[in-house]
Design a binder for this molecule. Structure first.
Ligand SMILES: [Zn+2]
Length: 403
């Protein structure tokens, strides 16, 4: 299901393609989130028009509402949401455990609160799985490896992820060790369930955990590599800063390159521009993250400005009279027609929904452009130069972020 086209000389970066039931995915690729069966503010055809070939649906949220039975009844997730290309579903582990690890509350992707204000909460973590209180209706629910697999089977995603515990970086080494071992036992259970009941078209990715402990990461990578999972994801809290994250990713990817070089690698929940570049250089094939779309809904545009962490906050008063587009030469539906920063600033301040759409479209266009540049550079054997240029603020477009 994965073919490698070119490898970067002297490095682990590679280009290739995933061959999935609903089509091919050119890699390295960024995967936009469709957490609740929608890429927020966009229609599927708009996401496809930006060049995206794979999106990520969320097992935890779709489990709670509208429920896998309903999605299956309506023809599966692809038909339900009108997206004909491949879908990857995460396992729900990250969201379930985020409720229990208070210190990582900020990392929770897309957690919502019900109208009556009740919050989700973990009731108990057991060998069997996790009991928790639903944020939708306050009811107690259960999710374990088999539940997660059954939900993802009902959704009918092209790629399913095994159920894992996402351990945060601030717990003890002993906790991380126990949790990683349990995750490995859950991997076995997921594989057993999937072999018996999983949809034939669905491929299963194992997940490397182990926190920030090098030996545990290594052991986890070896365990997943020794399993028959056709793909591997690198998960967990990857550290408290970028340096530590790169170390953990490097270590995991290095072990996978040694033990399972032909299998695709997915990095969970990472999407800053510099992190995408660093990940590709370390041999990651696909990435998913809320960042580009979430920033877009907050009026923050991605621009080639490393000094500002690639961010331009359109809500700032300094753009009130700016006639410039977000980014000169950008082909997106916000920049190409010439919408000014002034206009977008005004729309954002007036809480007009079109502004959220336009900035989301721009951000996903920008990220797609970065990934396309990285792929071209790997194919041309000049990744180090291209990565350095991107880190210095180059774009594939003619323009620069002016003021
Ligand atoms: Zn644009």
């Amino acid at each position: 299901m994965f073919t490698i086209r070119a490898r970067s000389p002297g490095g682990r970066a590679r280009t290739g393609a995933l061959h999935l039931a609903h089509g091919d995915v050119q890699t390295p690729a960024f995967v936009p989130l469709a957490t609740r069966a929608v890429v927020k503010t966009l229609e599927p055809r708009e996401v496809a028009a930006l060049g995206y070939e794979l999106i990520l649906g969320n097992t935890f949220h779709l489990f709670l509402t509208p429920g896998p039975e309903l999605v299956a009844e309506l023809g599966g997730l692809h038909r339900f949401m009108g997206w004909e290309r491949p879908i990857i579903t995460d396992s729900g582990g990250f969201q379930v455990f985020s409720m229990g690890h208070g210190g990582v509350a900020d990392e929770i992707k897309g957690r919502g609160h019900s109208r009556d204000g009740s919050h989700g909460a973990i009731v108990a973590i057991e060998e069997e799985g996790v009991r928790f209180r639903s944020y939708v209706d306050g009811r107690e629910r259960f999710m374990g490896p088999e539940t997660s697999m059954a939900v993802q089977a009902a959704l009918g995603s092209d790629i399913a992820l095994v159920f894992d515990e996402c351990t945060p970086f601030h717990v003890t080494r002993e906790y991380t060790a126990r949790s990683t071992e349990r995750t490995h036992r859950w991997l076995e259970r997921c594989l057993r369930w999937h072999a018996r009941h999983g949809p034939e078209h669905q491929v299963l990715y194992g997940i490397v955990q182990g926190g920030v402990e090098p030996d545990l990461r290594l052991e986890s990578a070896e365990t997943v590599a020794a399993s028959p999972c056709p793909g591997v994801a690198i998960g967990g809290s990857l550290g408290q800063d970028k340096e530590q994250m790169y170390e953990v990713v490097d270590l995991s990817a290095e072990a996978l390159e040694r033990r399972a070089p032909e299998r695709p690698r997915h990095l969970l929940g990472i999407g800053d521009i510099d992190d995408l570049i660093a990940g590709v250089q370390r041999g990651v094939d696909t990435f998913d993250c809320a960042l580009p779309t979430r920033l877009g809904r907050h009026g923050v545009a991605l621009v080639p400005d490393p000094g500002a962490r690639w961010r331009l906050d359109l809500a700032k008063a300094r753009w009130r009279r700016s006639p410039a587009p977000i980014l000169d030469g950008c082909p997106c539906p916000a920049c190409a027609p010439g919408f000014s920063r002034s206009y977008l600033h005004y729309l954002l301040r007036a809480r007009e929904l079109t502004a959220l759409r336009l900035v989301t479209l721009h951000n996903l266009t920008f990220v797609a452009g970065v990934m396309a540049q990285l792929r071209e550079a790997i194919d041309a054997g000049r990744l180090p130069e291209a990565a350095a240029a991107l880190r210095a603020g180059a774009t594939s477009y003619s323009g620069r972020p002016g003021s």
